[in-house]
Write a protein that binds this ligand. Structure first.
Ligand code: PLP
Length: 476
């Protein structure tokens, strides 16, 4: 029998399979989430056992979809990190708000291609609406254009593509048509503590990591405006400055007001990487940290960190939307053009993609303006609580002034090398499983980073974690 004459799965049987499979997915998801609080956070994983459970040759025959999900959940479970739970303090990791998670599931069920208005009017309108809410919450200029990216890395890539377009256009060079061949060099500036993904974006844009002039920073990682002033005075021609709102170790903010002033005097494009820190602007209490941010030309923010949207959620904001569209727009004979409605594919690097605006819309609606402010403020208060619990303890050195949600500590043994001891304590904490935090090197010294970014974290979680950390310092 040929494929075309073989009876296909009937509509009824297809619907039944889909229904049963979604029930299974919902049950497995709920079982996981209900046990999340009790799970060891980031236990050691036997990678070979994982490979065995999930590996082997691809079977010739297909399997029942529900059974496939059961096998996936069973096989993956030992390798699933409880990063959606309340005591995961590694990197800068948010959990998932119920509304955002639910909308994320619906996004898959709807399976919209968000690239263009005609392929999904709802995805276009939702990104337009949620983008407007974000601009408002973050205190950015009202006419700012917003693209929904996979994360902050691609947001910075998109913003810096717009910057590259604009500064070279001013110099009479069309970089989209001509590439960088024959272009004047762009002078690039970033603070010493700029995030690695700024360099990744510049590398992908052909601007070169090594071309960046690294501007001296203070002991909290804040760019020194005096040093920037001097560096800007040394070059002429097109210039892009990358500043930061929220340093990943200390949570500190570059002095954006002064930096913006220098950039406007010089005619330099100012980009602000505020992947998590720009959320401070949504809180009346913390907004002062971001003063001057609204004067920038472009901004990077993540949804999957502090807004507690599931992964695949970042935002690029560009004041001059025409620059963003010029840098990213794609043209093809059958592509929609000159549409009056929002065309998502002009605002991000991709064409076909997930309708990632839905979870953000749902997160913002479920929190409201006050809820976003409270989420940010609560995490910061919990970070202070963690710092207070650790500050005066034997063997602990607090390395930062806690201005946001990041706590940076170092551990000292009764005798011996604090670098080796700090790494050993981090290992003990990770193995202990009550909470999870990661290591870093801060100004040449080993340190542990604690980031409190989840809506799920409570005061009790912080107290329990502080106790576990101190237990590991005192001998493990
Ligand atoms: C996390 C982070 C990034 C990278 O974000 P992704 O969403 O992982 O791409 C960039 N900048 C800062 C300051 C960050 O904290």
């Amino acid at each position: 029998m040929s494929l075309l004459t073989k009876p296909a799965m009937t509509r009824k049987s297809h619907d039944h399979h889909t229904d049963a499979t979604l029930q299974t997915a919902a049950r497995l998801g709920r079982e996981f989430l209900s046990g999340l609080d009790q799970r060891p956070v980031g236990p050691p994983v036997a990678v070979e056992a994982l490979r065995q459970a999930l590996g082997g040759a691809l079977p010739d025959a297909g399997e029942d979809p529900g059974a496939v999900l059961e096998a996936l959940a069973r096989g993956a479970d030992p390798g699933i990190v409880a990063s959606a739970g309340p005591r995961y303090f590694g990197f800068v990791t948010g959990g998932a708000l119920p509304a955002a998670l639910g909308a994320d599931w619906l996004t898959s069920a709807w399976d919209q291609n968000a690239w263009t208005y005609v392929a999904s009017p709802a995805a276009s309108v939702v990104e337009e609406v949620a983008g407007g809410w974000l601009v408002d919450l973050l205190g950015l200029p009202a006419s700012t254009s917003v693209g929904f990216t996979t994360g902050a890395t691609m947001a910075s890539f998109s913003a810096l593509a717009a910057a590259r377009h604009a500064v070279l256009a001013r110099a009479g060079h069309d970089v989209e048509e001509q590439g960088l061949s024959g272009a004047p060099e762009i002078a690039l500036f970033a603070g010493e503590a700029a995030h690695a993904t700024i360099y990744a974006a510049l590398q992908m844009l052909g601007l070169g990591r090594a071309r960046v002039r690294r501007i001296a920073a203070d002991d909290a990682g804040r760019m020194r405006p005096e040093a920037l002033r001097q560096a800007l005075a040394e070059v002429s021609g097109p210039a892009i400055v990358c500043a930061q709102a929220g340093e990943v170790n200390t949570g500190s903010f570059d002095p954006l007001e002064e930096i913006a002033e220098l950039c406007s005097e010089r005619g330099a494009w100012l980009h602000v990487d505020g992947a998590f820190g720009l959320w401070a602007a949504a809180s009346p209490e913390l907004r002062h940290l971001t003063r001057g941010a609204d004067r920038a030309d472009s901004w990077t923010v993540d949804g999957h960190k502090w807004l507690n949207v599931p992964y695949d959620s970042g935002y690029v904001f560009v004041r001059d939307g025409a620059a963003l569209r010029a840098a990213l727009a794609v043209g093809a004979a059958y592509y929609p053009s000159a549409a009056s409605e929002r065309e998502n594919f002009h605002l991000v690097p991709e064409s076909s993609r997930r309708a990632r605006g839905f979870p953000t819309w749902a997160a913002l609606r479920s929190l409201g303006r006050h809820g976003v402010a409270e989420l940010v403020e609560r995490c910061c208060a919990l970070a202070s609580r963690m710092a207070d619990a650790l500050r005066d303890a034997e063997g602990v050195e607090l390395l930062n002034e806690v201005v946001l949600n990041q706590v940076l500590v170092r551990f000292h043994p009764p005798s011996g090398d604090p670098d080796a001891f700090t790494r050993e304590v981090i290992r003990r904490i990770q193995a202990d499983g009550i909470c999870w935090l990661g290591g870093t090197t801060w100004q040449g010294r080993a340190a542990a980073r604690i980031s409190i970014s989840s809506a799920a974290t409570t005061g009790e979680d912080v107290d329990r974690s502080a106790e576990a950390i101190l237990g590991c310092v005192g001998g493990g």
